[in-house]
Each structure stands twice: as C-alpha cells, then as structure tokens.
Design a protein around this ligand. Structure first.
Ligand code: DX5
Ligand code: ZN
Length: 232
C-alpha cells in the first residue's frame, strides 16, 4: 500500500517533522500549508486516546482529511492503549508510518508484524522512564525507533537528555535503523540529537509558537545541518 513512502521518509533524513499538536485546529489546512511552505517535507501526527496518555487529540477523520489535502508523508504517532484496534483504519485513512508505544503492548513483535502486513512502515516508541532493553525483542521487526525526549502526552515540555544516550546506543548497535526523536526539540537540542545519530526530528512548539514558521524551520535546519551527523 504505502511502503514506498517509507523510502521517501528515510531518504529525507536528516529532516524536521513538524507536529501539528499545538497548532490552530480551526485553521488546520492553512497551518499545514504554512508548514509546507516553511520547508516541511513530512508531517508528524500525535494521536492520543485519553487513556494511554492523559490527553485526547484526534483520530482517523483528521488523518484522512490531511491525506486528501497534502502529499506529504504522514508519520502517525499512536499514543493509545490498543494500537492494533486502530492500525487498519489509520492505514486506510492515509498513514504512511505508524508508530506504537512499547509500554502499551504485551507482544510488540506481533503488533509490529501486523502493522507491517498492512503495507506501511512501522515504528516503536519508548518513553524516557522505560528501560531501553524492553525494545530488544522487537528491534528486528521495526523500521524505526521513536526515542521520546519527554514523557508522551503534551507539547511544550523540557528536553530530557537521556534520549541522547539512547540514540547513541541504538545508532551504534543498528547503523541502518531509522531513528526519530520527539519532545523539547529546539535550536539548542536539535544539534546534539543529530550528533548522537538521529535522522528525524519532531518539532512542535519551537515552530508552532513562532510567528514565522519559515524562519523557525530555517533556524532549526541550520542548527541541525551544522551539527556533525556522520558519526555512525
Ligand atoms: C508529545 C508529542 C510531540 C509533541 C512535541 O507527546 O509526541 O510530538 O508535539 O511537542 P514539543 O516539540 O513542543 O515538545
Ligand atoms: Zn509525537
């Protein structure tokens, strides 16, 4: 179905992925257009169920509406208790890369394989407090690891540097694995994250709280590109 988009996501790295979590949902399509014009190539969509995390966002209708509106690949971050219950509808709605949380599932290999069988890329996300070793069982079954640099649930939190050690360790063990970081990424933290070996950088408030998305993306991009990302 959409696995070709996984290659375009992989080839885009290093890349900044705006999260629409804190944007103006009353003007969502214009927000997406502004992000596109600012240089975004991939959108990060935060799906929350009010159960796995104490916050509630949106589901398939918004993903489907965005799919009709833009050709940007859609990177869907599922912060939900039962990812398999919504994986197929999310793929039908237009997700290209579907990421579940390791903390939410008892059999991550089964979840990863079932998502992959839907024809999309599959990612596994890990919160800062969860031992990195809990990912070991499924690292051969996923296309991407999303290393959270905040506890999943809300935008605007401070960066937790434990994520840098995790990116470094995953990068040294898995030179070709796609690595994404999410939470508290700004012009100060994006460089160290790239130096640690990260490919994809999710950015919410550092773009959305700016009056000028183009300037914000360009400053982030400068900080990202001036860091040495060759250490792998
Ligand atoms: C938080 C979400 C993030 C959020 C990041 O749980 O997964 O994608 O939008 O926002 P900032 O960049 O503000 O930390
Ligand atoms: Zn996210």
């Amino acid at each position: 179905m959409n696995r070709a988009k996984l290659d375009s996501i992989r080839n885009a790295g290093p890349a900044i992925l705006p999260s629409v979590l804190n944007c103006d949902f009353g003007d969502l399509m214009a927000e997406v257009d502004r992000l596109r014009q600012a240089g975004a190539e991939i959108l990060h969509l935060d799906v929350m169920d009010g159960h796995f995390v104490p916050n509630l966002t949106f589901g398939m209708p918004i993903v489907e509406g965005l799919r009709r509106h833009t050709d940007m690949p859609l990177d869907v971050h599922l912060m939900i208790s039962d990812p398999l219950a919504y994986a197929k509808p999310m793929v039908e709605a237009g997700a290209d890369l579907l990421t579940f949380h390791i903390e939410a599932v008892s059999d991550p290999v089964d979840v990863a394989n079932k998502i992959r069988d839907l024809g999309v890329g599959v990612g596994v996300a890990i919160n800062p407090a969860t031992p990195l070793s809990s990912l070991d069982v499924c690292l051969d079954c996923v296309d991407m690891v999303l290393v959270m640099s905040v506890q999943a649930g809300f935008g605007g939190q401070s960066f937790n540097p434990v994520a840098l050690d995790r990116i470094r360790e995953l990068r040294s063990r898995y030179p070709d694995l796609l690595l994404e970081i999410d939470g508290g990424i700004n012009t100060e933290t994006i460089g160290p994250a790239r130096e640690a070996g990260c490919d994809l950088f999710v950015v919410g408030s550092a773009i959305i709280s700016s009056d000028d998305y183009t300037a914000a993306v360009s400053e982030l991009s400068d900080a990202m590109m001036s860091a040495n990302g060759g250490a792998r």
